[in-house]
Design a protein around this ligand. Sequence first.
Ligand SMILES: *[C@@H]1O[C@H](CO)[C@@H](O)[C@H](O)[C@H]1NC(C)=O
Ligand SMILES: CC(=O)N[C@H]1CO[C@H](CO)[C@@H](O)[C@@H]1O
Length: 190
Amino acid sequence: MEAIQVISLALLSVLAANAQVVRPGKCPQPAVQENFDTARYLGKWYEIQRLPHAFQYGECSTATYSLQSPGVVGVFNRELLANGTINSISGSATAKDASEPAKLLVSFFENAPPAPYWVLSTDYDNYTLVYSCTDLELVHVDFAWIMSRKPTLPEETLKELQNELASIKVTVDKLLTTNQDAAYCSAVSR
Ligand SMILES: *[C@@H]1O[C@H](CO)[C@@H](O)[C@H](O)[C@H]1NC(C)=O
Ligand SMILES: CC(=O)N[C@H]1CO[C@H](CO)[C@@H](O)[C@@H]1O
């Protein structure tokens, strides 16, 4: 077996242990939101569904975007852990190429490589569909978030966004629904 395959298999088992969504082949290159308008995208978003991943395990998750400086979006994520602790993390996002503003790169730690944050679809006022992906030689890991301006999202909108993910072969049955119940989330300022 090629060394690279051994490495990929090792990574695969690590990722499987974390219940991330691993698929064969390279990351897809989906179409993104046309004429993406960063200014209209700023503000608070409530997470409705996400694919499982290792670095987020709470409920009541929100993402708040602000303009940090020209071309730089400040990112502030919060979630409520099962033991009542509020977890938060800040980072920043920039478009790598100004001609593709919906393809952002986000970084949370100074020395960590930035991760893609692609806005596949948003109407700015109700919903956004965000996709990210990591290539690991023979496989890739999918990340996706469906977010809403409100703690809820109409079922019809949710289905449309799931269909959009399914069209790029994302395993939508792995999507987790985030608890945004007002009473449960009351510890986090809404
Ligand atoms: C709550 O859980 C997190 C994650 O397991 C842990 O890091 C934190 O120390 C816990 N806090 C309390 C107050 O138990
Ligand atoms: C389809 C839908 O829910 N549209 C709503 C999007 O958000 C705006 C602003 O809050 C509403 O006016 C629309 O009804």
